[in-house]
Design a protein around this ligand. Sequence first.
Ligand SMILES: Nc1ncnc2c1ncn2[C@@H]1O[C@H](COP(=O)(O)OP(=O)(O)OP(=O)(O)O)[C@@H](O)[C@H]1O
Ligand SMILES: [Mg+2]
Length: 270
Amino acid sequence: MPSPSSSATRNPFTEAETPAVGVALEHLVKDFGSHKVLKDVSFAVSPGEIFVLMGPSGSGKSVLLKQIVGLEAPTSGRVLVDGRDAIDPATREQVRMALVFQSGALFNSLSVYDNLALYPREHRVASEAAIREKVMRALQIISLEDTADKFPSELSGGMKKRVAIARALVMEPQLMLYDEPTSELDPVTSASISEIIATLREEYHVTTIVVSHDRDLALNIADCIGLLIGGELIFNGTPAELRASKDPVITDFLNPKIDLKNPRFKKLAT
Ligand SMILES: Nc1ncnc2c1ncn2[C@@H]1O[C@H](COP(=O)(O)OP(=O)(O)OP(=O)(O)O)[C@@H](O)[C@H]1O
Ligand SMILES: [Mg+2]
């Protein structure tokens, strides 16, 4: 793995350069009581890389993201972000991370502008004029400048996802994490979100971790793909290696066949 500071993140707003960060999961275990959700998961993401984590519903993807941003402590093992333990509060002060939540998590009572301005206002990082510049620049990057005065309820699902990405961008992240950024979207809107994620990495070299069920997104924009099934990382490799895999668990996940004679669900007794 390249050293954590071997490439630089260009700040989208100031063009200043800051070191890109690497992420490493080491034997990560997460239990909720007797429920073992993550079972000894290890992988590394190099600075400036796009890593896409795929896996069925309930396999532990969102739980894993929460460990990376330090929202939840692992049961054992650790996550290192730029070589620092993710659960140490100092890490969040030293490394700028932005998580785009599965739900978007916009505040419905605030306009798009105020949703984006919330973080810099709370952290008093800039004057109101400088915040305005950052917010409008972030909206411009995702082509939604004209929504600044709208409220989330006035936006389509795809627009909300883009606004959530813009809100993360205002934090000028060195590490962007996305939880299901294309779920519930039509294929064309999904493709445009994939393009935005890839462009942000391309232009600003932001280290990017995407959790997604979206096969097209993973195969088209990932440098590396991990497949998490039942809390275990059963595959970690390039899109070409994933495509070439003959492992029946992987081929069934990528191309599930609908089999009405042998359905996956248990038939109700008649
Ligand atoms: N705070 C919690 N307390 C107890 N169990 C939890 C908690 N958070 C998650 N879980 C459990 O961990 C498992 C994995 O949840 P997770 O949200 O990571 O799934 P996921 O892979 O993100 O699924 P989806 O694709 O549907 O979003 C689930 O069985 C869930 O019920
Ligand atoms: Mg999830």
